[in-house]
Ligand binder design. Structure first.
Ligand SMILES: Nc1ncnc2c1ncn2[C@@H]1O[C@H](COP(=O)(O)OP(=O)(O)OP(=O)(O)O)[C@@H](O)[C@H]1O
Length: 612
């Protein structure tokens, strides 16, 4: 509440500043520059801070916006507003093409790629004759808005800040939505999100284009503020400076865009003023002092200054962070048709995986029917997780085929397999730890909605979002995590995180559920509750493939078992048959200490260990 009040007061002050004659002209100019830079940096917050894609090239997109309007308004005499539309289209096309090529690069190749095209566009601006080469274009007319000329900084100020604040609002909406959750998964959960149908490359291109469009608008405003353009403000030096602003402000936070731009532009200006007086020299020491100051800031504020401001504010106001309201009641999402109980769902035929000289999965075959729980067991390193990864398309097969409801899976990508109705959990928990439990589970339901970037940014997706969040909450209630909806996922105990993964997989409305060690880290009672949930799912006709080391859990729950050892199928059959199979006993007795898990409760699995 108090934060809102501060925000409203800040907005009123911001709105009044140019109206007060006492406000120095210099302040207005400085605020205009901060607003323009913040627009570019906001794009970088999304691209680099949230999406983890480093770009040194944003200044080039500022240049496209600036040069388009400069040339169109001076050479063709068109309206700046038409030039803005053309600039946005041009930027969209250039960013789309550059993004589709560059964003396939990973590691340090991506930032290097952005350096390359930033330099290329800079030299293009400087060499094209019709753009005035390195002299640029001057005599650009001011923008008119409903007949009012925005010639003066005090007038243009309003346009700059209204556009910036609207962009911040749209970016906030976007991040807090279905596409936003996918974007937030880009940095650390790419592989996991693909398993829930998220097209990661497409989302990378989306945020790249989004950031480029913001930079283009900034360039358009810049050209009409300066009334002249030349290549230098669109070169690599400024590309680096924008990135610097994002990092210093707090690359992951929307308000960090203003904080970073403001801090750097004010600091640069103050150093330029103060340094010659202190050092009694006109020599150019500003950059050195500026660099040292920045290193000092980053030493003490690795995540940028905005998170520090927030924690100060919380300490001062006693605020405990924003608590979202419970998800509203909403109609249930449509469910995909279920195969008839007992019908064939999964048919794995001679699958094989070779890693160099190691045959991790050696011609494994089995079938799974609707309403059946099948256990895949075996000592450590037997090849169980690799088998999961082959079925779900995370790893390509060396040989064999996988059929799911009559369709070949082995040539599909993991996101296409997810779309067909295969949900999974991971052996090593893969959550987005800073997102809430509810948001993590809603990511699982990604394919059950088609909310797009535009409707999310404009906040037109309320009904669809409510349905997704309601579904996520419903699945969390089902697995017993209903009290943790707004907890950060990273704060849950490991066992709870595994249960969260099951809720996320269920949110995808799968026909086949692959659970990799779901009971690991759970207490006795939690295991019993999990067994009840899985039992109920089976009764509803779900097919479940289960990798698990807890023999008590496996033996009491599964209908059918496949035992693997050294990548090969050792035995297959009913749990009771498998338990007495001499080859299985041999394989397990060799590794009983490490492979068998014992329950916390007395009398739990001690016997079970020996049963397998
Ligand atoms: N990406 C990889 N590259 C090389 N070898 C791998 C890779 N993934 C798995 N392996 C090897 O394949 C074998 C099977 O591993 P896998 O993880 O499938 O076994 P597992 O039965 O799931 O074991 P655990 O129960 O310990 O999880 C192991 O020897 C493992 O080291």
């Amino acid at each position: 509440m108090r934060s809102r009040l501060v925000l409203y007061v800040a907005l009123v002050v911001l709105a009044l500043l140019p109206l007060l004659q006492a406000t120095p002209e210099f302040w207005i100019t400085q605020l205009n520059y901060i607003g323009l830079a913040s627009m570019v940096v906001l794009g970088l917050v999304l691209l680099t801070g949230v999406g983890g894609l480093t770009s040194f090239g944003q200044a080039a997109f500022v240049g496209i916006g600036a040069y388009t309007t400069a040339w169109m308004t001076t050479a063709l005499g068109t309206s700046p507003w038409l030039a803005l539309v053309v600039g946005l289209i041009l930027t969209f096309v250039v960013a789309y093409v550059l993004g589709a090529i560059t964003l396939r690069l990973s590691g340090h190749f991506l930032p290097l790629g952005t350096l390359a095209w930033c330099l290329a566009l800079y030299y293009l601006f400087g060499n094209l004759e019709f753009l005035g080469q390195y002299d640029g274009i001057s005599g650009i007319a001011p923008i008119h808005f409903f007949g009012l000329s925005l010639e003066h900084g005090r007038h243009l100020y309003y346009l700059i800040w209204v556009i910036l604040l609207l962009s911040m609002w749209a970016t906030h909406n976007l991040l807090d939505s279905r596409p936003g959750r996918a974007i937030r998964a880009l940095r650390s959960g790419g592989g996991m999100a693909e398993s829930f149908g998220v097209h990661m490359l497409a989302y990378k291109v989306v945020i790249f284009v989004y950031a480029a469009l913001l930079a283009c608008v900034s360039g358009w405003l810049y050209a009409h503020m300066q009334r002249a353009v030349s290549p230098s403000p669109f070169g690599l030096k400024y590309g680096i400076e924008y990135l610097f602003m994002a990092v210093v402000g707090g690359a992951g936070s929307i308000w960090g865009a203003i904080a970073g731009s403001g801090l750097i532009l004010i600091l640069k200006d103050q150093i330029q003023n103060v340094l010659p007086q202190v050092l009694h020299t006109t020599a150019n020491f500003e950059l050195i002092v500026f660099g040292v100051l920045m290193i000092w800031v980053l030493q003490y504020a690795r995540n940028g200054v905005w998170p520090i401001v927030v924690s100060w504010w919380q300490a001062l106001a006693g605020a405990r962070g924003r608590r979202s309201p419970p998800p509203p009641e909403a109609p249930l999402l449509p469910q995909r048709p279920r195969p008839e109980k007992g019908s064939l769902v999964l048919e794995v035929e001679g699958i094989r995986k070779v890693f160099g000289g190691l045959v991790a999965v050696n011609d494994i075959s089995f079938t799974l029917r609707a309403g059946e729980i099948m256990g895949l067991i075996g000592p450590n390193g037997a090849g169980k997780s690799t088998t999961f990864n082959l079925i779900t398309g995370v790893l390509p097969l060396t040989g064999g085929t996988v059929n799911f409801l009559g369709r070949r899976l082995d040539q599909l990508r993991s996101r296409e397999i997810a779309r067909l109705g295969v949900g999974r959990t991971f052996q090593h928990v893969q959550l987005l730890p800073t997102m809430t439990v509810l948001e993590n589970v809603a990511l699982g339901a990604h394919l059950r909605s088609n909310i797009g970037v535009l409707s999310a940014a404009l906040h037109l997706e309320r009904r669809g979002e409510a349905e997704l969040l309601h579904e996520a909450a419903r699945q969390l209630q089902r697995v017993g995590l209903g009290d943790y909806l707004y907890e950060q996922a990273g704060n849950l105990a490991l066992g709870q995180q595994r249960i969260l993964e099951i809720a996320r997989a269920l949110a995808a409305d799968p026909v086949l559920l692959l659970l990799d060690e779901p009971a690991a880290g759970l207490r006795y009672k939690e295991k019993q509750e999990l067994a009840q949930v899985l039992d109920q799912l089976r009764a509803e006709g779900m097919s479940i493939l289960l990798v698990e080391h807890d023999m008590d859990f496996v033996m009491s729950l599964t209908d059918h078992l496949v035992v693997m050892d050294f990548g090969t199928k050792l035995a297959e059959g009913l749990p009771a048959e498998v338990q007495s199979n001499p080859a299985v006993l041999e394989a397990y007795l060799g590794g009983i200490d490490e492979d068998m898990e014992f329950d916390d409760e007395p009398g739990g699995t001690a016997a079970a260990g020996a049963t397998a």
